[in-house]
Design a protein around this ligand. Sequence first.
Ligand SMILES: [Zn+2]
Ligand SMILES: [Zn+2]
Length: 149
Amino acid sequence: MIKGGKPGRLTLEAAKSVLRGVGMRCTAARIAVIQALEAAESPMTPGSVVDFLCEYGFDKSTIYRSLTELNEAGLVVRLDLGDAVRRFELLPLENDGAPEHPHFMCVDCGKVVCMSGFDVELKGRSRKARSPGIMSEILVRGHCHDCAT
Ligand SMILES: [Zn+2]
Ligand SMILES: [Zn+2]
């Protein structure tokens, strides 16, 4: 479906089996959206998915609908990073529903980057330390390399 790219990219067959795994029909748009999200190094906005796939002839509403469907099926998570921007990312297979890595947001340019390969563990310092709830997202804020210089 999507030509070229880096090795390790999700194959057509793999994308199909992901969809079949949750009982969804393998439409071209869903497959393309999964492949686009998988190829991205950062969470994607619906607009950036549309831009990424524009040469394949899907219309905007089809892509938006596919994102929503994949989100509802639990394959794609919608990140809530506290700003008004919707960002989606593909969940790793065999996941409990939360991205397994923290995210970095630049307070200057608003760029959000996956901190793949990082673990953040919050440990209570005392017995009184109680978790305020179920954590769904760890967000680190700072200045990206471009903005820090
Ligand atoms: Zn920045
Ligand atoms: Zn991420």
